[in-house]
Design a protein around this ligand. Structure first.
Ligand code: ADP
Length: 490
């Protein structure tokens, strides 16, 4: 029939459909929806509200919305509702305050509420969307505890450079109380001369926020009393309700610098002592050595075999001591005779080292394989010492198999790691650290000559260049000595 297809009926269907759709949407949005009339009576709730507050729908509909508010807050709520009704507008509720809801079981739930006035033909209502922020608050609390517990100074600064969080360590380092710092510009913690520059850096960070140490070598903080001190700072961007903030961890490195300085000074003194002692010892030793030899030459034919043997022991002892002193002197010179690192082609240096080892190479019949090697930042004379010692050891501590020594290098980030590999007698891993200590040896001098200074020199040289040296067992039963050195910056 034509009447069935009248526009009115279609309209009613459409209306019913959109009504159902509306109900479904309201029902299943992930936040709580609550509609309240002008008298404060609940007119509509969705299932998230039921879940959040623990009431069934029919307990809520028609009741006062105040049943969902802790008693101590209802008075305040009534006033606020009144003022909202007088000037209704779309807005979040209680900006800057934490809102609480009351559950059926009497417990409280932290919530965030957005308010929307709606006018229908049945009167004016307020639609409130309610979000349970328990989890978010827990996360915030955990964050706060973490920040507070950090032994480093922690400071959060908003996009405008205002301090929004500080921990106790910051109070201690800078001598300000928390109350004095909150809301202040972070500039207050900087020497006045750096403030303008810091502003630029902050802008830069905001444009490209990423986790990193703060640029610049000598960062300085300023205490409340105006004194300044060296700091180390790490920055992490943090997404907060108020936009991207910067979390800075601050370490007062004054004490560390002091210890480093003291250590450097006592090291220097020790080096000077070793240098002077070994230098000055050489002179009397030469006297002993030359007179013992003179004795042998001039009175040799008048001495019995015992006396001749004693003289040989004395000469042997003297020459060992001369070797020791020469090694000690070489060790102490690593620090005092050092040159600035320069870009150095390692294959040229290895070539020099092999030339000075040519006698040992010839006598041992060793095969030395050298890969193509990179250019590194190093004092070339010292790198030669390292290669001479390591390749020399690889030859000296050869085993039964025909000796093969392999020299190579691999790139590791901003450094190169060199390796000197042999198929010799190997090293018991329990001595991996000890062999780098001066005068420490694992073998009897009669079997393998040496003073135990070579690796100590290598370690000192490599560490001076900011690198590391270590040993590992080699797959072919011998040892691999490895050390890292800075690559040439691009
Ligand atoms: P030295 O060679 O004068 O003994 P080093 O400091 O060079 O002193 O080496 C210390 C000790 O480490 C050596 O005595 C030896 O026991 C062990 N060592 C060093 N290099 C090797 C190697 N390539 N293979 C086996 N042992 C080694």
């Amino acid at each position: 029939m034509a009447g069935d297809e009248s526009p009115v009926q279609v309209g009613t269907d459409a209306l019913r459909f959109s009504d159902e759709l509306f109900q479904a949407v309201v029902e299943f949005v992930p936040s709580g929806i609550l509609m309240v009339d002008e008298q404060g009576r609940i007119a509509l709730v969705n299932c998230e509200i039921e879940r959040m507050f623990g009431f069934a729908r029919d307990e809520l509909i028609g009741s006062s919305v105040e049943m969902l508010i802790p008693q101590r807050l209802t008075r305040q709520h009534r006033d606020l509702r009144q003022s909202f009704n007088e000037g209704p507008s779309r807005r979040p509720m209680g900006t800057g305050r934490e809102l609480l809801g009351l559950r059926k079981d009497g417990s409280e739930v932290p919530v965030e509420v957005g308010l929307n006035p709606v006018t229908t033909d049945r009167g004016r209502f307020v639609v409130a969307s309610v979000v349970d922020v328990t989890e978010r608050q827990r996360a915030k609390e955990r964050f706060r505890i973490l920040v507070e517990a950090s032994p480093q100074g922690m400071l959060m600064v908003d996009a405008r450079g205002r301090i929004v969080i500080v921990n106790q360590t910051v109070e201690e380092i800078f001598g300000y109380s928390r109350a004095e710092l909150m809301g202040q510009s972070v500039d207050i913690l900087l020497p006045p001369g750096l403030r303008g520059h810091h502003e630029d850096l902050r802008m830069q960070f905001n444009r490209d926020p990423s986790r990193r140490p703060m640029a610049g070598r000598d960062l300085v903080g300023r205490r409340r009393d105006g004194t300044e001190f060296p700091v180390e700072i790490g920055l992490s961007p943090v997404q907060t309700d108020d936009g991207v903030c910067v979390l800075a961890s601050i370490l007062d490195i004054g004490p560390r610098k002091k210890v480093e300085e003291e250590l450097r000074r006592s090291n220097e003194e020790l080096e000077r002592f070793a240098y002077v002692a070994s230098h000055d010892l050489q002179e009397p030793l030469r006297t002993v050595s030359s007179f013992v030899q003179l004795l042998a030459r001039r009175y040799g034919d008048r001495l019995d075999t015992d006396a001749t043997e004693f003289i040989e022991f004395a000469v042997g002892g003297v020459s060992r001591m001369q070797n020791l002193i020469a090694d000690l002197l070489a060790f102490s010179r690593v620090g005092t005779r050092a040159r600035e690192p320069v870009a150095t082609a390692a294959d040229v240096v290895v070539g020099h080292a092999l030339r000075s080892l040519q006698t040992a190479i010839r006598e041992s019949g060793v095969t030395v394989v050298v890969d193509s090697l990179p250019t590194v930042m190093v004092d070339p004379g010292q790198l030669e010492q390292v290669f001479t010692n390591l390749i020399g050891n690889a030859i000296k501590f050869r085993g039964e198999a025909p000796p093969v020594v392999h020299v190579g290098a691999v790139r590791d980030g901003s450094r190169w790691v060199f390796a000197v590999r042999d198929n010799g007698i190997g090293i018991d891993p329990q001595f991996n650290e000890r062999i780098f200590v001066i005068f420490q040896r694992l073998n009897r001098r009669e079997e393998y000559p040496g003073n135990g200074v070579g690796l100590a020199i290598c370690k000192k040289i490599v560490e001076r260049h900011g690198g590391r040296i270590w040993v590992e067992p080699s797959p072919d039963a011998g040892s691999v000595f490895q050390f890292s050195l800075p690559a040439v910056p691009e």
